[in-house]
Design a protein around this ligand. Sequence first.
Ligand code: FAD
Length: 317
Amino acid sequence: MKVIEHINQAKDTLISFEVLPPLKGKGINAIYNHLDPLMEFKPSFINVTYHRSETMFKKQADGSFNKIEVRKRPGTVGICAAIMQHYNVDPVPHLICGGFTREETENALIDLAFLGIDNVLVLRGDAAKNETFFEPEPGGNRYAIDLLKQVIDLNHGIYLEEEVKDPGKGTFCVGVAGYPEKHFEAPNKATDIAYLKAKVEAGAEYVVTQMFFDNQKYFDFVQSCRAAGINVPIIPGLKPITNKKQMTILPRTFHVDLPDELSAEIMKCKADADVELVGTEWLLNQSRELKKAGVPVLHYYTLGKPKVIWNVVKELV
Ligand code: FAD
């Protein structure tokens, strides 16, 4: 079932989770162990993130360097198929532009459609570790909107090559990312929202936000989106703080601020176990307020911390 159908049929705020594929060499049980305790909350869908390969340069016998692509985690197609079969819940694979040609993207979409997966979240991806700015793969998509248009084309039965007569049409419900605190490369919030609006006009049916720790930023973002004519559901993305290192890692990696009150509470903590308690309480309060405000879905980035998410969601349902 499509994410947008889940939302349209819901009588209350839904719950969804996001998981990170395990490091290569680990099996699907790593995902099941992570998700098993959370399944009692009957998530409407489960997102699976994608992590692009890293480019490395390996020295050859003659002294020259050979470029190799090293993959750290398995791709999303297999994990999504396993989640769908094992839990009978809708998986939402993340598709990114970076590192993929349009042909490779089409191949992934063909596999997802074959498996009966109805949803994708389309993203640009970030610059590779050896790049300063994001560079698309030669023959790949540049922005999330280009990838989105490729998925929408496939939904209309338009493939890159027309070698099959009357090819089947995709039925993907497409989500996109939005940034309550602005995407770090956008010159200002209005421009960022204008590009978001373009993604919605091109066929995105809902938006999932970057994490935020101050609900007012989400409420203001939704208001700005509505004023700009973006009328699709805007799903808040929520992440727990569980250790002191995140005080610097989260702003640096995700370009989000931590409210003064939250950072002051974290600074008082002696051990990470105490930070986890503060983070759990903060996330619970955020969730309660968002639910009260009638958000369509509470989407939790569970990444490595299913117990914290369990502790929060059990207080809500
Ligand atoms: P875009 O929408 O393409 O926007 C990128 C930048 O370009 C923005 O500054 C925007 O304002 C600007 N822009 C957009 N369109 C245009 C245009 N036509 N012309 C000029 N400028 C334009 N990354 C991963 O690698 N894997 C994941 O699984 C993953 N999951 C994510 C899930 C969520 C909910 C979010 C919020 C982010 C996720 N990311 C993931 C990170 C994401 O890939 C990065 O934030 C990336 O830098 C931007 O992706 P985007 O889809 O928002 O890009």
